[in-house]
Design a protein around this ligand. Structure first.
Ligand SMILES: Nc1ncnc2c1ncn2[C@@H]1O[C@H](COP(=O)(O)OP(=O)(O)OP(=O)(O)O)[C@@H](O)[C@H]1O
Length: 207
């Protein structure tokens, strides 16, 4: 077990010749829920991509579980990432997408039935994702993310498309995840989710 799951020191990222993150420091402890908040274009997604090992630093250091994040099986066995809408498999229903997730990950965090229940998808389980509403598809993405085993959730705007009630429910689910020892870092524009989290800006200072 690590006291600090994430250690970012002096992280600078330049994209297209422009500095997006500048000399950022961030430490996240086990069991914390951290909300990265800031205006459009301030670098929230870039930070998450750095934490996921998908965006190299221009300079500085990023450590996740004590090591630079690596796009490999060991890393992804502990990290679940939610970014833009995933590519859906043609012809597979919502339920079948979750069954697929359960089949490829040993020790799923919950059964498919429990995930369908948790994300209010029971009545739409036989629909293909493209026949779901935007918010229902986001709930399916979240269900798939929470179903797989993880110790760290990296979520980019998890509230996208969700109605007000479900945003509150999402806050409860993330609190439960953290209470079980999981750690959450999310980029969010939702004031309610941010209020229940430790807020930081992409510059690394307390927001
Ligand atoms: N591949 C890229 N090449 C050049 N600039 C980029 C690239 N990707 C992102 N940027 C720029 O980097 C800055 C930060 O983008 P980022 O997506 O991290 O912001 P954000 O805080 O997540 O924004 P939003 O709230 O709109 O999601 C923006 O100015 C964006 O235009």
């Amino acid at each position: 077990m690590y006291d600090s799951i994430i250690n970012v020191a002096g992280l600078t990222v330049e994209l297209g010749g422009n500095p997006v993150l500048r000399d950022m420091d961030l430490t996240v402890s086990t069991g914390e829920i951290v909300a990265v908040v800031g205006p459009n274009g301030s670098g929230k997604s870039t930070l998450l991509r750095c934490l996921a090992g998908l965006q190299p630093a221009t300079s500085g250091e990023v450590r996740v579980f004590g090591e630079p994040p690596a796009d490999d099986a060991a890393f992804w066995s502990r990290v679940a990432l939610l970014t833009d809408e995933p590519a859906w498999y043609p012809g597979l229903t919502a339920r079948e997408h979750l069954e697929l997730m359960g089949a490829v990950h040993a020790r799923a965090r919950m059964t498919v039935d429990a995930a369908m229940e948790m994300f209010a998808l029971v009545e739409r389980g036989d629909s293909v994702p493209l026949n779901l509403s935007t918010g229902q598809r986001q709930r399916l993405s979240l269900a798939a993310t929470l179903l797989r085993p993880s110790a760290l959730l990296l979520l980019d705007e998890p509230e996208r498309g969700l109605d007000a009630d479900f945003r509150v429910r999402l806050g409860d689910l993330l609190a439960d995840y953290a209470a079980e020892g999981g750690t959450v870092v999310m980029a969010t524009h939702d004031p309610g989710l941010a209020a229940r989290s430790r807020q930081v800006s992409p510059s690394g200072v307390a927001a």
